[in-house]
Design a protein. Structure first.
Length: 166
């Protein structure tokens, strides 16, 4: 578990919707964890998020952040991993949590260059009993803003993030 999440935030300024600029140097707390390519990783990500938010004494959006983390990690595991990644030793998915005085950002890094695809909200309403297809709809519903950006430099893949005002 590392604590260097500020380098991931530079592209967020261009992607946020109508929010004041986030200064990466103003991050008051950051934590991250590597997640293996197994569905049990979703539970691990939720537990990591709960512990981290409790350590940061951030109870206001606790349930919302945990729900969104679950959805983002599930999407990364389900849609962003090549078949061979499931057997790699190096965990292909990473969860980053960053806190400022008035907001929290969760970001999930995965090896895919494909953009996340949100299902049509009408499809979600028409087939609410469906087993899948509501993940990004839930992310949009429970966070204040979300987006994604491709990774630059030596890393390939993307980061999908969600921002929560406190």
């Amino acid at each position: 578990m590392g604590t260097n999440g500020s380098t991931m935030l530079e592209p967020l300024d261009a992607l946020r919707r109508g929010l004041p600029p986030l200064d990466p140097s103003a991050v008051s707390s950051a934590a991250s964890c590597a997640l293996p390519a197994r569905y049990e990783a979703v539970r691990c990500a939720r537990e990591f998020t709960r512990r981290t938010l409790a350590d940061w004494d951030v109870p206001e959006r606790f349930e919302d952040v945990c729900l969104v983390v679950s959805e983002l990690v599930t999407n990364a595991l389900r849609h962003a991993l090549p078949a061979e990644a499931r057997y790699d030793q190096d965990p292909p998915v990473r969860l980053h949590l960053m806190r400022w005085a008035s907001r929290v950002v969760c970001a999930v890094r995965d090896p895919s260059n494909d953009s996340p695809v949100a299902g049509d909200s009408e499809d979600v309403v028409d087939d609410f009993a469906a087993e899948s297809g509501r993940g990004l709809f839930l992310v949009e519903s429970f966070s204040d803003s979300w987006g994604w950006h491709p990774l630059a430099g030596t890393l390939s893949g993307k980061v999908v993030w969600a921002l929560f005002r406190l």
